[in-house]
Design a binder for this molecule. Structure first.
Ligand code: ATP
Ligand code: MG
Length: 270
């Protein structure tokens, strides 16, 4: 069972493109705005989070990545891969990252190797004790790499795009985490499904309103957190690899949204 002083949270959904990486990046910023020290771990070979947080893979200046951390799996070795995120201002001091790159794919073939699922948990032992939160960005899958992240996490959060397939993917993620056999096999019986966060919610769509309304009966009212609206400023920040704060006043509404999410995390994951 992973023991850490940092609150470890994995964001996931079996479906792709639902706002997982967007949530991790913007909640990390909001937690830092609240004074927290945050480690983000990119566990997706797409490495979208790494680029968005200013740590793209550069051949001429390679960084140690999640791929090497998982390949080794030695206790505490993750400390060697931690770098400050590439954002400026307070974020440079308060948010660190273990970046990813495409060859994290190569770790997937090790799924059948004994102990492979627990390698990130072992590698993080002691390495994230100095953080308030460790956030894992998962790939859109319930396969090996997501299980590697879940084996290290204390809390699982589903990002729920309020569309039929987005809700189904979130339910599969919840059900995977809720299954005691899966948690035991991951060596992490204390892993808790903590929240379903409606993400990329378009207020103009009746279908979105319908699906958001259905979530309390599916996940339990106490587990459905406030919605993250779909706003072009979030996409623009992601595309430019900048924190929302650097997009000026037009990011004010969304910064408030992520601030509320961060405050809820601080309260609930005490
Ligand atoms: N709240 C939002 N409003 C508008 N656009 C968003 C929002 N959140 C994320 N996006 C954008 O939507 C696209 C998909 O989001 P994101 O990459 O965060 O999803 P994902 O679930 O991590 O995808 P994948 O499954 O490929 O990892 C991206 O272009 C992202 O910038
Ligand atoms: Mg992603």
């Amino acid at each position: 069972m992973p023991k850490s002083k940092s609150k470890r949270v994995a964001g996931g959904n079996n479906k792709g493109g639902v706002g997982k990486s967007g949530w991790v990046a913007n909640v990390a910023a909001a937690l830092a705005d609240e004074g927290c020290k945050v480690l983000v771990v990119d566990v997706d070979p797409q490495a979208n989070l790494s680029r968005r947080m200013g740590r793209p893979y550069r051949k001429e200046k390679p960084l140690v990545t999640t791929a090497e951390v998982i390949k080794s799996g030695e206790p505490g070795v993750a400390a060697d891969a931690i770098v400050p995120c590439g954002w400026g201002g307070i974020y440079a001091q308060r948010i660190d990252i273990i970046p990813s790159r495409f060859d994290l794919e190569n770790r997937i073939s090790e799924a059948a190797v004994i102990g492979a699922r627990g390698r990130l948990a072992r590698a993080l032992q002691g390495a994230d004790d100095g953080y308030d939160f460790t956030l894992f960005d998962c790939q859109p899958s319930l396969g090996h790499l997501t299980q590697v992240a879940l084996a290290a996490a204390r809390y699982a959060v589903a990002l729920v795009e309020p569309e039929y397939d987005g809700v189904e993917g979130a339910v599969r993620f919840r059900d995977f985490v809720a299954d005691e056999v899966n948690r035991t096999e991951m060596g992490n019986p204390e892993l808790t499904f903590a929240a379903a966060v409606p993400s990329m919610v378009d207020g103009r769509l009746a279908a979105h309103a319908h699906h958001v309304q259905s979530l309390p009966s599916i996940f339990g009212a106490d587990k459905v957190w406030d919605s993250i609206p779909a706003r072009s400023v979030v996409k623009d920040a992601a595309d430019e690899g900048l924190p929302l704060a650097e997009l000026g006043s037009r990011s004010a509404e969304m910064r408030e949204v992520y601030k509320a999410a961060a405050q809820r995390m601080i309260k609930e994951f005490a």
